[in-house]
Design a protein around this ligand. Structure first.
Ligand SMILES: N[C@@H](CCC(=O)N[C@@H](CS)C(=O)NCC(=O)O)C(=O)O
Length: 206
C-alpha cells in the first residue's frame, strides 16, 4: 500500500500518527508537493478527484481518501492497539468526540491558517481575512471548552488515547504556523498536548 502525503500537512499527519501509534512500517509514503500543485494533475485526480491528500492506494490500485476513512480501514486490518473503540458504545462515543474535534476544532484551526497565513497562499488561492478571523474565533472558543473538559480526564474521549486525540492535535499543531499553541491560560489543554509528545504518535513531525 502507498500513502500519499505532504510534509507538514495536517490531514495526512492524522493518518501518519495513527500508523505510528500502531507501529505499522509496511505502508510506503509518497510525498506530493502542494505548493507546486502536484495534487492538481490529472494523474493525481484519478486517485483523488477533489485533489486532496491523504490518499491510501491499495496494492490492487483502489484508492481511499478522507483521513478518517483511511484510519477506519487500517483499524480493521490492524486492530491492535485499538484507537477507535471495541464495542458498540465505545465506537460511537469515540466517533462523537472525533467528529467534534474535526468539525468544531481542527477544521476551524486549519481554516484560520489556510486563510490567514501568507505561506499558504499557493494552496488556498482565495485567502479571505474574514474567513480567517471567523474560524480563529470558533477555534479559540472550542479550545476554552476543551480545556474545561480535560480538567476531569486524561484524554479527549476518556481515559485512553484514541483517534480523537490525533484529530485534535493535528489541528492544534498546525496552528503553530499562526503562532498559537495552548499556553498557561489553557493548562489542561497544555498538559494534554505535552502528554502526546511522549507517545509513538507524538514522534511524528508537525
Ligand atoms: N476531509 C479531508 C481533508 C483533506 C485536506 O484538506 N487535505 C489538504 C492537506 S491537509 C489538501 O489536500 N489540500 C490541498 C488543497 O486544498 O488544494 C481529509 O480528512 O482527508
Amino acid at each position: 500500500m502507498k500513502l500519499y502525503i505532504a510534509p507538514y500537512a495536517p490531514n495526512p499527519r492524522r493518518v501518519i500518527m495513527f500508523i505510528a501509534e500502531k507501529s505499522i512500517s509496511s505502508i510506503e509514503t509518497v510525498s506530493i508537493n502542494l505548493q507546486e500543485g502536484q495534487h492538481r494533475t490529472d494523474a493525481f485526480k484519478a486517485k483523488s478527484p477533489l485533489s486532496q491528500i491523504p490518499v491510501l492506494e491499495l496494492d490492487d490500485g483502489r484508492c481511499l481518501t478522507e483521513s478518517r476513512a483511511i484510519c477506519t480501514y487500517i483499524e480493521a486490518l490492524i486492530p491492535d492497539p485499538n484507537l477507535m473503540g471495541v464495542d458498540a458504545f465505545e465506537r460511537a462515543h469515540i466517533e462523537m468526540w472525533d467528529r467534534r474535534m474535526e468539525l468544531l476544532f481542527s477544521v476551524p484551526l486549519m481554516m484560520w491558517v489556510r486563510h490567514g497565513n501568507p505561506m499558504l497562499a499557493a494552496v488556498e488561492r482565495n485567502q479571505t481575512a474574514e474567513v480567517a478571523s471567523f474560524n480563529q474565533g470558533q477555534a479559540m472558543r472550542m479550545a476554552k471548552w476543551l480545556n474545561s473538559e480535560l480538567a476531569s480526564r486524561e484524554w479527549i474521549a476518556g481515559d485512553r488515547f484514541t483517534i480523537a486525540d490525533i484529530t485534535a492535535v493535528c489541528g492544534v499543531d498546525f496552528a503553530k504556523m499562526n503562532r498559537w499553541r495552548p499556553g498557561d491560560d489553557l493548562p489542561h489543554l497544555k498538559r494534554w498536548r505535552d502528554a502526546i509528545a511522549t507517545r509513538a504518535a507524538g514522534q511524528v513531525a508537525a
